[in-house]
Design a protein around this ligand. Structure first.
Ligand SMILES: NC(=O)c1ccc[n+]([C@@H]2O[C@H](COP(=O)([O-])OP(=O)(O)OC[C@H]3O[C@@H](n4cnc5c(N)ncnc54)[C@H](OP(=O)(O)O)[C@@H]3O)[C@@H](O)[C@H]2O)c1
Length: 297
């Protein structure tokens, strides 16, 4: 029997990392890192690591000697990144560069998770992987800088730009969809925008794409968006209905009325056909994805 390859997933206390860590167990000898949130029933394959500690990061990768690293860990809240600019740069850009460099030195394949928000949302049709990045907020800018640094650090890499993700996390409060459901569960309303377009993807499908990219030696940038382009408002209505809440808790608004920072991006829909064709994947549409999360009575 052949030995399983070693996979290191960073950020396993987060939405994507947690799902990836579990989805990969059958195929890989899987290791995972977390930072501030403890992992229940952790064994010696679960490691606590702050990406700000560059030396510890390098030692950890050298000790595990993974064949593949999937890097999901990041500061992911755009508002926090605006407030903590240098910290966000260190975690999202500098630590990613360092991880890519140590992967190159160790001969590991590096799969980096990026975001649809590297685009400015003005194209008016779904973005393809070669379209120009023009991020409008600091979070997205730190992800852009990481994307640009990776090809200089390592040749065996894939960058996966993920769209708005929906699914269940370990902590139950990660990602915008869990936050919407938690708010309406508390009988509060949520304003979502009728002019903010996305291609939401079920977290299981994002995992299938990231894991699929471990099997091929394709290099470059890949999109991971769902099959439907929809507004955040329309998606929120379907989410609330599937989760068994009154759709009237979802209130329509416009990005033009949004006062916060960074600005809301109108349309970062992704064309993911290059990815699904390469990997031979059929992704869930929104009804199928929501039915998996909320199977009903
Ligand atoms: N969620 C989405 O809709 C979405 C959309 C597009 C792209 N993405 C990208 O997908 C990736 C995963 O997103 P997610 O929503 O799953 O993230 P998440 O739930 O916010 O989790 C982030 C993870 O990063 C870890 N982390 C944060 N700062 C760290 C540090 N200084 N050192 C070590 N680990 C640190 C967190 O650890 P602790 O919690 O233990 O502190 C956590 O495990 C990210 O790269 C994000 O940019 C997400």
């Amino acid at each position: 029997m052949s030995e399983k390859k070693k996979l290191l997933v960073t950020g396993i206390s987060g939405l994507l990392g947690w799902n990836l860590f579990h989805a990969a167990q059958d195929r890989f000898d899987t290791y995972g890192t977390h930072n501030t949130i403890p992992i229940p029933d952790a064994d010696d394959h679960v490691l606590c690591l702050d990406f700000l500690d560059g030396m510890e990061l390098e030692l950890l990768v050298e000790r595990i000697a993974p064949d593949v690293v999937i890097h999901t860990a990041a500061m992911t809240r755009p508002d926090t990144c605006e407030r903590e600019k240098e910290l966000a740069y260190q975690v999202n850009t500098e630590a990613t560069k360092r991880l890519a460099t140590v992967c190159h030195r160790q001969g590991a394949r590096f799969i980096h998770i990026s975001t649809d928000l590297v685009f400015d949302g003005q194209k008016g049709e779904p973005y393809e992987p070669d379209d120009c990045m023009n991020p409008l907020g600091h979070y997205a800018d730190t992800k852009r800088m990481a994307e640009e640094a990776i090809p200089e650090a390592i040749s065996n890499y894939a960058i996966v730009r993920v769209a708005l993700m929906y699914g269940r996390s370990m902590t139950g409060d990660r990602g915008s969809t869990e936050r919407v459901v938690n708010t309406v569960r508390d009988k509060n309303s949520v304003t979502l925008f009728t002019d903010e377009w996305r291609t939401p993807i079920l977290v299981d499908d994002a995992c299938a794409i990231a894991l699929g990219l471990t099997d091929v030696d394709a290099t470059g940038t890949f999109h991971a968006g769902g099959t439907e382009r929809i507004t955040r408002y329309a998606f929120g209505l379907r989410l609330a209905t599937s989760a068994g809440f009154d759709p009237q808790t979802i209130v329509p608004g416009s990005i033009h009325d949004f006062q916060g920072s960074p600005p809301r991006i109108p349309d970062v829909s992704l064309d993911s056909s290059k990815t699904t064709t390469l990997l031979g994947l059929h992704l869930n549409d929104i009804d199928a994805g929501l039915a998996r999360l909320y199977p009903g009575p």
